[in-house]
Design a protein around this ligand. Structure first.
Ligand SMILES: [Zn+2]
Length: 105
């Protein structure tokens, strides 16, 4: 897998940094830290299909922090599942060591 680069993304009219880091989870976005810094962190070791789900998940948190974790997970996974099928994204690991834990926060 090519090295992933950090990007800037506009979420609810604010510029966020979306970056890759070995964080132990698929993705991370915490109230009080990411909203102040406007930063989403993503594990680079997950499959493209899982990464798609994770990006959507963390963006929903950034858009609507008060939404429950269960609602975020359901929305993100439903959207990701359709996009994975539309774009034929597989769940194969991105690398032989792709072993990120299956949690998002
Ligand atoms: Zn979450």
């Amino acid at each position: 897998m090519a090295k992933r680069k950090a990007i800037r993304a506009k979420i609810r009219d604010q510029v966020w940094r979306v970056e890759f880091a070995h964080i132990g989870d698929f993705g991370h976005c915490e109230y009080g830290s990411c909203r102040r810094t406007r930063r989403i962190r993503l594990s680079p070791t997950q499959s493209d299909a899982d990464l798609l789900d994770t990006v959507i998940h963390e963006m929903i948190h950034a858009q609507d922090w008060d939404l429950s974790e269960e609602a975020v997970t359901q929305r993100a996974t439903e959207i990701a599942t359709v996009l994975q099928r539309v774009f034929d994204v597989t769940r194969k690991p991105a690398s032989p060591r792709g072993s990120a834990r299956s949690s998002r926060s």
